[in-house]
Design a protein around this ligand. Structure first.
Ligand SMILES: NC(=O)c1ccc[n+]([C@@H]2O[C@H](COP(=O)([O-])OP(=O)(O)OC[C@H]3O[C@@H](n4cnc5c(N)ncnc54)[C@H](O)[C@@H]3O)[C@@H](O)[C@H]2O)c1
Length: 443
C-alpha cells in the first residue's frame, strides 16, 4: 500500500477538520483550535529543492499529500516514485481551486519570483505555508507575507532549514550566553557570486520551449521574455534579477539567520553596497553589503553587519584565530568584547583566542528537523521559530541589500515603519510590477 493510501473513515475525519478550519480564521489568532492528526499538503515545485522539501515533510507520519504542482511535466518522477497516486497540476491556481477544502497547507519551492504569488494565494485561502528562502523576491512582498500570515493566523516557516540545525542553534546560544561578551560587529560571507551560473550579462538567443515545460506558467509574475535553453529553467534563474536574488538572496537567509536570531536584530537603519558593477539584467559579481542596526542587549551599541560574496572574505586577522587556520568557505564571524566566534556554514562554532576558551564547556544543544517542526507546529496549533514574523524582516533585510546592490556606492537610510528610504530610486526598487494573473494583493 502506498504511503498516500488512506481509509475512507480517515478521509471523513479530515474533511470535517478541514471544513472546521475554514471557519476559524480569526485575525491574529493561530488556528490552535484546529488540532489535527493529519495534514493534507499540496506541493508547488516538486523537483530541485522542492523534492527535498516534500520528501522531508512527507516523512512525517501526519502528512498526506493532496496534490503536486510543477510547470515541467518531466520533473514529477521523484515525487511520484516516493508518493504514487498523487494528482498532478501545472498551474497552482487551478490546483488550489480544485482542491479547495481538500488541502490544509502548502510547500512553496518555486524560483524566488513566484514565492509571494503562490504563498499569498494559499494564505488568502487560510492555508499554512512552508516557503523556501528567500521568503520573497522583493522587500514589499516580505512585508505583505508577514502581515497576511498574522492577519489570517496561519502557521508558517521559511525553508532555511539550517535554522533548526544543532550547529546554528549552538552558535546562537553561545552569543546569547555571552561567551564572547557583547558583540561589536559581524562579518558574513559566501564564496559564490551573483552571476555565476550563466556567465552572461545579456539576454541569450531564444530557443524552442521543451514539450514538458509550460513557459508561461514558469514566467508567472515576471514580465514576458522568450524561453532560452540552459539559462533560466531549471536552477540558473538565480543569476537574473527578474527571477532570482543573486548570491545574497541565495545564501543570505541561511548565513544571516543565526546573526539575526543571536543578536535579536530586526530592521536595518541603513544599507550600503559596493560591487563589481551591475546591470538591469543580472545580479552583480563580487560584492560587499553593509547594514547598520540599532543596538540590542547582545551588542555593545549600534552594530554593523557586513556581507561579502564572490570570493571576498573578511580580513582573517579579525577572527583572532591561529594564523595556520583558515576562515571557512562560508559563514559568519562575530567580534565580541571578550573574543571572537567563527560560525561556519554549516559547522560547529569555534571560539577564539583558542587558549582563552580551552576550558569553556559548550552547552548541550540539540538539532531538529526544520520540516517536521513546521508540521508539528501546524498539527498542534503552535508558532514556529522561523515563521513569517521572523523570516519577513530577515528577508526584507536581505532584499534591501539587493536594492542597495543596484545602487552601489550610495548609503540608503531605511525607515521600516514608514516603509521608505531617503533615496527615490531605492524606493522604486522595493517592489516591482506583476504580469496579469499573478499579482500579489496587498494586505
Ligand atoms: N533551503 C535550501 O537549502 C535551498 C537549496 C536550493 C534551493 N532553495 C530554494 O528553493 C527554491 C527552488 O530552487 P531550486 O534550486 O530547486 O530551483 P529549480 O529551478 O531547480 O527547481 C524548481 C522546481 O519548481 C518548478 N517550478 C518552477 N516554477 C514553477 C511554478 N510557477 N509552479 C510550479 N512549479 C514550478 C520547476 O519545474 C522545478 O521542478 C528557490 O527559492 C531556492 O532559493 C533552497
Amino acid at each position: 500500500m502506498s504511503r498516500n493510501s488512506q481509509s475512507s473513515g480517515r478521509r471523513q475525519f479530515l474533511k470535517q477538520s478541514v471544513a472546521l478550519s475554514g471557519l476559524l480564521g480569526a485575525p491574529g489568532v493561530l488556528r490552535a483550535a484546529t488540532r489535527r492528526r493529519q495534514l493534507n499538503v499540496a506541493a508547488v515545485g516538486v523537483n530541485g529543492m522542492g523534492w527535498s522539501d516534500l520528501n522531508n515533510i512527507g516523512t512525517h507520519a501526519g502528512v498526506h499529500f493532496a496534490g503536486f504542482c510543477d510547470i515541467d511535466s518531466s520533473r514529477f518522477d521523484k515525487a511520484d516514485a516516493a508518493y504514487p497516486g498523487v494528482k498532478h497540476w501545472a498551474d497552482y491556481r487551478e490546483m488550489f481551486e480544485q482542491l479547495g477544502t481538500g488541502f490544509d497547507a502548502v510547500i512553496v519551492s518555486t524560483p524566488d519570483h513566484m514565492h509571494a504569488p503562490v504563498a499569498m494565494a494559499a494564505m488568502k485561502m487560510g492555508k499554512h505555508v512552508y516557503c523556501q528562502k528567500p521568503l520573497t523576491h522583493t522587500v514589499w512582498e516580505a512585508r505583505q507575507l508577514n502581515q497576511m500570515a498574522a492577519k489570517v493566523g496561519v502557521i508558517t516557516q521559511m525553508g532555511n532549514q539550517i535554522h533548526s540545525a544543532k550547529e546554528y542553534r549552538l552558535g546562537v546560544r553561545l552569543i546569547q550566553d555571552g561567551a564572547i561578551g557583547k558583540v561589536q560587529a559581524v562579518h558574513s560571507w559566501v564564496g559564490v557570486q551573483g552571476r555565476q551560473y550563466c556567465q552572461r550579462t545579456d539576454r541569450p538567443a531564444t530557443a524552442e520551449v521543451p514539450a514538458s515545460v509550460n513557459w508561461d506558467l514558469w514566467l508567472g509574475a515576471a514580465q514576458e521574455r522568450p524561453f532560452a535553453a540552459d539559462v533560466y529553467h531549471p536552477f540558473k534563474w538565480r543569476d537574473w534579477q527578474d527571477f532570482g536574488s543573486g548570491a545574497l538572496g541565495d545564501f543570505g537567509c541561511h548565513i544571516l539567520d543565526p546573526v539575526f536570531t543571536a543578536l535579536g536584530i530586526r530592521h536595518p537603519i541603513s544599507i550600503h553596497a559596493e560591487n563589481s558593477g551591475t546591470t538591469t539584467e543580472v545580479w552583480p559579481g563580487p560584492e560587499t553589503v553593509t547594514w547598520k542596526f540599532r543596538g540590542t542587549k547582545y551588542t555593545t551599541g549600534p552594530i554593523e553587519v557586513v556581507w561579502r560574496d564572490g570570493g571576498l572574505k573578511p580580513p582573517a586577522e579579525l577572527a583572532g584565530m591561529p594564523t595556520e587556520r583558515q576562515l571557512p568557505a562560508a559563514g559568519s564571524l562575530f567580534i565580541g568584547e571578550g573574543g571572537t566566534m567563527v560560525l561556519p556554514h554549516v559547522g560547529m562554532p569555534q571560539l577564539y583566542p583558542a587558549d582563552r576558551f580551552a576550558d569553556y564547556k559548550l552547552p548541550e544543544v540539540a538539532g531538529a528537523s526544520h520540516w517536521h517542526a513546521w508540521v508539528d507546529a501546524v498539527l498542534a496549533g503552535q508558532k514556529t521559530t522561523d515563521g513569517f514574523d521572523y523570516a519577513g524582516p530577515l528577508t526584507e533585510t536581505v532584499q534591501l541589500g539587493n536594492v542597495a546592490a543596484r545602487l552601489p556606492g550610495m548609503t540608503i537610510e531605511w525607515n521600516a515603519e514608514s516603509f521608505r528610504t531617503n533615496v527615490p530610486a531605492a524606493d522604486r526598487l522595493l517592489t516591482k510590477s506583476y504580469r496579469s494573473g499573478f499579482e500579489v494583493p496587498g494586505v
